[in-house]
Design a protein around this ligand. Structure first.
Ligand code: ZN
Length: 724
C-alpha cells in the first residue's frame, strides 16, 4: 500500500517551481513563482503539514474579489436529510415569491436571473450529495445521500412542471417581444432563450387539452421503456457446448463454465461469456450459433415493445411541434437536428470505407488460410475472432509490462506541469479542512500571471470498498458570479481507481490509465476555468454531444512522444525513458482495427437515429439494416435492438460518442500545428478563453469555430483513425 506521508511529501506544485517553499512555519502562497508570506495579522497559521490551508488564501482571494470556499462534505447520515430539507424549503419559498409577481411587469432580473440565483445552493448540495454518495467511507452516509439524491430529483421534476413559473416567464416574453423590456444580450439572452425553449419542450406552449394528452403519452412512454429495460435485465439465455466445440476458448473460461455433465455453459446474456466465444472459439458454427442467440435475446417481448415505443415517441414529438423524435431530442445539442447527426454519421461511414475494406481484406485472408476455403467471407460472427487472431500475430504488446514507465506520481507531476503551462495556471497543494479519506489530496489553482485564485480540485486516487468504481470528475461547487460581484471559485473532485503500489513498489499506471487521467483532468479544468455569470452555464454545463470533447482532446497528449518523454521513465532506473517505438507499436495495434470499431459505432448510431426519424413500422429491421450496412449482414431472423439497453435514456443520442470524438480530434489539430505543439501556451490560452472559460454561456458551435478558426470537419478524426 502506498502511504500517506509519501504522497504529502511530493508536492507537485513545489516540484514545478524552482524555489521550494520556506519552511519556517509561516503560511506562504506561490505568486509569480515566488513564495510570498500570506498571513494577515490576526489570522493564525494552523497548517499541520506545512501545506497552506484555505485560510492562507483568504487575503489573496479578497484582493481578487473571489469567493473561495470548500463545502462541508463531512455531514453525518443523521444530518444530511435536514440540510437538504432546509435548502429545498428555502428554495421553494423563494420560488413561490418569485412566481407570485405580476407577469405583466416582471423584469428579467426578478424572474430568470432570480431563479438561477435561487437554484444555486440547490445545485451545489446536489453536487455534493453525488460526491459523498460515491466517495464517503461510511456506508450509512452513502445510503443517506442516495435517498437524498432521489428526493432532489423529484423536486427538480416538479420544478420543471410549475405552471406559475411558466406564466411568469411567458408574461416576460410577451412584454419583451413587444419591445417593452431592455434588450437582452450575452448570457442573459441565452438564459432567457434556453428557459423558453425548455418550457416549449415540456409542452407549456400547447393548449391545455393537448398538453394533458402529451403528459399521458409521456407517462405511457416511461412505462413502456421501463418494461423494455426490465425485459433486458431479466433475460437469461445460456447455451451448452462440449469441450471440443469450444476449441480455442481460453482454458480459464473452460474451467469456470464446466457443468456437472462435463459440457460448458455459455451465458449468452453475460457479455464476458459472449465475448470469450466470439473472440476465440475456433469453430465457425459455434460462433454463429452464439451470435444468433445473443441477437435474439428478448426479441419476442421487446421487438413489439420497441415498435410501440418508437411510434409513441414519434407522436409525442409531432404533438410538440417537431418533425420527429430525433429532432426533438437533438434540438438542445450541438448537432441541432436529426438530419445533421445522420449527415455526420454517413459522412464518417464513407470516410471510413477504405480503412474498413483494408481491414476486412486482412481478416478475410486469415480466414481463408485457416479454413482452406478460398472463397470464405468474413461474417458478423467472424470479425472478433479473426481480429483477435491478427492482434496476437502482429501486435504482441505486453501492456502490463509497460506499467514500469508510468509511475503514478511522475505521471501526475508531468501532467500537472503540462496543464499548468498551457493554461498558464499554477497548482498549489493545500490541506483541506476535511478529508473523506486519508489519501485525499487537494490543490488550489491560481492564475500564473495574476495569482488570482481560480478554483480548487481534490484527487481521490485509489479504490476502497463502497467507492465509485470507475474514473470520473465530480463538480463540487460550480462557478458563477455572486450577487455581490465576486467570482465564485469552482471546486471539482477527481474520483479515480488506480492500482495502489504493492510491497515496496510505487503505484504504477497502465498506458490506458495515463490516457484516462489526462482525460478526467480535462473535465476538472473545464469546471475550474469557468468564468460564467450564471451557474446554469458553468463549466461542463454544455450539450451532451459536446461535453466530452474538450477533455477527450487531452487523450492525444498521452500518445505524443514529446509529451511522454517528459515523465515516462522506468521507475527502477529513471535514466531509462519509455522507448518511443513501444508507443508506436501500441498505436499501430490500436489503429489496426479501428476502421471496424468505428464502423460498428456508426452502425449503432445510424440505427438509433434512423429509427427515430419518423414513419417506422419495424424498428428492429431498421436497426438490423443499419448495422448490416455499416459492418456485415446481421443474422437473418434476429432483432439486435431488442436487447440494446441504450434505446431507453440515450435514444437518438448514440451518435454523440463519435461526434465528441470527432470534435476532440479537430480541436487537437490546432495544437498539433502550433509551434510548441502539445505544449503551446498561446493555443492553450485560446482554448481557455474560447472554450474552457465559457462553459455553456454561448452556443458551443461558436466556441469551436472561434478556437479552430474555421468550421469543424471530420477530416482530423479520419486522420486520427489512420486514414489520409
Ligand atoms: Zn469524460
Amino acid at each position: 500500500m502506498r502511504c500517506l506521508s509519501s504522497l504529502l511529501l511530493l508536492s507537485l506544485a513545489f516540484a514545478a517551481c524552482a524555489n521550494p517553499k520556506p519552511n519556517d512555519g509561516r503560511a506562504y502562497v506561490l505568486i509569480d513563482g515566488k513564495w510570498e508570506p500570506l498571513v494577515e495579522s490576526g489570522e493564525p497559521d494552523l497548517s499541520p503539514q506545512n501545506l497552506p490551508t484555505l485560510q492562507d488564501f483568504a487575503a489573496i482571494s479578497r484582493a481578487h474579489q473571489v469567493a473561495l470556499q470548500l463545502p462541508r462534505l463531512d455531514y453525518s447520515a443523521a444530518e444530511i436529510g435536514h440540510v437538504v430539507d432546509d435548502i429545498l424549503d428555502t428554495a421553494t419559498t423563494r420560488l413561490d415569491t418569485i412566481a407570485a409577481q405580476d407577469p405583466a411587469t416582471v423584469t428579467f432580473a426578478d424572474s430568470f436571473a432570480a431563479i438561477d440565483e435561487t437554484l444555486f445552493p440547490v445545485v451545489q448540495i446536489l453536487n455534493q450529495l453525488w460526491l459523498m454518495k460515491e466517495s464517503r467511507v461510511e456506508d450509512d452516509i452513502r445510503l443517506a445521500c442516495n435517498a437524498e439524491v432521489q428526493k432532489m430529483d423529484s423536486w427538480f421534476v416538479d420544478l420543471g412542471y410549475r405552471e406559475d413559473l411558466y406564466r411568469l416567464a411567458d408574461g416576460f416574453r410577451t412584454a419583451y417581444e413587444a419591445g417593452k423590456r431592455g434588450e437582452l444580450t450575452g448570457e442573459d439572452l441565452k438564459l432567457y432563450q434556453d428557459a423558453m425553449r425548455d418550457y416549449r419542450r415540456a409542452g407549456f406552449d400547447l393548449d391545455a387539452a393537448t398538453r394533458a394528452e402529451v403528459a399521458d403519452m409521456q407517462k405511457k412512454l416511461s412505462e413502456l421503456a421501463n418494461n423494455f429495460d426490465t425485459n433486458i435485465t431479466n433475460a437469461a439465455v445460456a447455451l451448452s457446448f462440449t469441450t471440443d466445440q469450444l476449441e480455442g476458448v481460453p482454458e480459464s473460461f473452460l474451467e469456470s463454465s464446466r457443468q456437472d455433465d462435463g459440457t460448458h455453459q455459455v451465458r449468452v446474456t453475460v457479455t464476458p461469456d459472449y465475448m470469450a466465444v466470439m473472440s476465440s472459439a475456433r469453430r465457425e458454427e459455434v460462433r454463429r450459433e452464439t451470435n444468433r442467440a445473443r441477437y435474439s435475446v428478448a426479441m419476442e417481448s421487446n421487438g413489439p415493445l420497441l415498435n410501440e415505443i418508437v411510434q409513441l415517441r414519434d407522436r409525442i414529438a409531432k404533438k410538440l411541434g417537431y418533425a420527429n423524435w430525433a429532432d426533438y431530442k437533438i434540438e438542445p445539442k450541438m448537432a441541432g437536428t436529426g438530419q445533421a447527426a445522420i449527415d455526420f454519421c454517413e459522412d464518417l461511414m464513407k470516410g471510413l470505407q477504405p480503412k474498413f475494406d483494408a481491414e476486412v481484406a486482412v481478416l478475410t485472408k486469415l480466414k481463408r488460410q485457416e479454413t482452406g476455403n478460398q472463397t470464405a467471407q468474413i461474417h458478423w460472427w467472424d470479425f472478433r475472432y479473426y481480429q483477435n487472431m491478427m492482434m496476437k500475430r502482429d501486435f504482441g504488446v505486453d501492456t502490463e509490462a509497460m506499467r514500469v514507465y508510468f509511475q503514478l506520481d511522475r505521471v501526475l507531476d508531468g501532467m500537472f506541469e503540462i496543464y499548468q503551462h498551457i493554461f498558464a495556471v499554477r497548482f498549489t497543494e493545500m490541506e483541506p479542512p476535511y478529508k473523506w479519506n486519508g489519501d485525499l489530496r487537494c490543490f488550489l489553482v491560481s492564475d500564473a500571471e495574476t495569482a488570482e485564485p481560480l478554483g480548487i480540485f481534490y484527487l481521490d486516487m485509489f479504490p476502497r470498498p463502497g467507492k465509485y468504481n470507475h474514473f470520473a470528475q465530480f463538480d463540487v461547487i460550480s462557478g458563477r458570479t455572486e450577487p455581490d460581484g465576486r467570482r465564485r471559485a469552482p471546486v471539482a473532485a477527481l474520483v479515480c481507481n488506480f492500482t495502489p503500489g504493492v510491497a515496496g513498489e510505487p503505484a504504477l499506471m497502465s498506458h490506458s490509465e495515463v490516457e484516462t487521467i489526462f482525460h478526467e483532468f480535462g473535465h476538472a479544468m473545464h469546471a475550474i476555468l469557468s468564468t460564467t455569470k450564471y451557474n446554469s452555464f458553468a463549466g461542463g454545463s454544455v450539450p451532451r454531444d459536446f461535453v466530452e470533447a474538450p477533455s477527450q482532446m487531452f487523450e492525444a497528449w498521452a500518445w505524443d512522444a514529446e509529451v511522454l518523454q517528459r515523465f515516462a521513465v522506468d521507475y527502477r532506473d529513471p535514466s531509462k525513458k519509455l522507448p518511443p517505438e513501444l508507443i508506436k507499436k501500441m498505436e499501430a495495434a490500436q489503429k489496426a482495427t479501428i476502421g471496424l470499431a468505428e464502423r460498428r459505432q456508426m452502425g449503432l448510431a445510424l440505427a438509433d437515429l434512423r429509427m427515430h426519424m419518423g414513419d417506422v413500422s419495424d424498428a428492429g429491421q431498421v436497426c438490423n439494416d443499419a448495422n448490416s450496412e455499416a459492418l456485415f449482414a446481421i443474422p437473418e431472423g434476429t432483432n439486435f435492438a431488442a436487447y440494446w439497453g441504450h434505446l431507453t435514456g440515450y435514444d437518438a443520442g448514440y451518435y454523440g460518442y463519435a461526434w465528441a470524438d470527432s470534435i476532440a480530434a479537430d480541436l487537437a489539430t490546432v495544437f498539433e500545428n502550433a509551434p510548441d505543439r502539445f505544449l503551446d501556451q498561446g493555443i492553450g490560452l485560446r482554448l481557455r478563453r474560447e472554450i474552457y472559460q465559457r462553459g455553456g454561456s454561448r452556443d458551443v458551435r461558436e466556441g469551436v469555430r472561434a478556437f479552430l478558426g474555421r468550421d469543424p470537419s471530420n477530416e482530423a478524426f479520419l486522420r486520427f483513425l489512420g486514414i489520409e
